[in-house]
Design a binder for this molecule. Structure first.
Ligand code: HEC
Length: 152
């Protein structure tokens, strides 16, 4: 039992330690970059879905909650998708993601908060409040991209 507790304790420590460049294989770096692109694309698709539902041309109000919940989930702990060392290859992430990681974390936390507020507004059901929260979240996506994502 004592051994088990010790082992579990070590696993916990490992999980909590930051990932460093030398720990990542080329395959792993590629994996992180592709994975975060999928998360971002999913966020974009869910934003697009909400925009259509808000447009007034699609009468499926019950579908809004799924998109809002997905956005809240997708915007959770974005910095974890950008481990140190995943800064080369097919990435649009700027060097500032790592050199100014405090600001990056702050931008991520802001977006997470805005996604939570959108989800709450959708639960509340007031269309004006939903539209305002949607715009706010979109603004926080853009704010982060402006500083941390390279343009094409
Ligand atoms: C904390 C910063 C941050 C936030 C918040 C953020 N993004 Fe991103 N996003 C990035 C970075 C950095 C990249 C470039 C990632 C890469 O290429 O490795 C990116 C890439 C993307 C891409 C391109 C993905 C691809 O396949 O190349 C899309 C689309 C996108 N984001 C949409 C969104 C949407 C929509 C939101 C808001 C709901 C959002 N992002 C919030 C930082 C952020």
């Amino acid at each position: 039992m004592r051994q088990l507790i010790l082992t579990l304790g070590c696993v916990g420590l490992l999980a909590a330690s930051p990932i460093h460049a030398e720990d990542l294989s080329a395959e792993s770096i590629e994996g992180y970059i592709k994975y975060r692109d999928k998360v971002m694309d999913a966020a974009s698709a869910n934003m697009g879905g909400i925009a259509k539902l808000l447009s007034g041309h699609v009468n499926l109000p019950g579908r809004m909650a799924g998109h809002a919940q997905a956005l809240e989930n997708l915007m959770t702990d974005i910095p974890a998708l950008f481990p140190e060392g995943s800064d080369f290859g097919e990435t649009d992430a700027k060097a500032e993601v790592w050199s100014d990681s405090k600001k990056f974390s702050l931008a991520a936390e802001t977006a997470q908060g805005k996604a939570k507020m959108l989800n709450e507004a959708v639960t509340g059901g007031d269309k004006k409040a939903i539209a305002a929260a949607f715009k706010d979240l979109g603004g926080s996506c853009k704010a982060c991209h402006k500083k941390f994502k390279a343009k094409h």
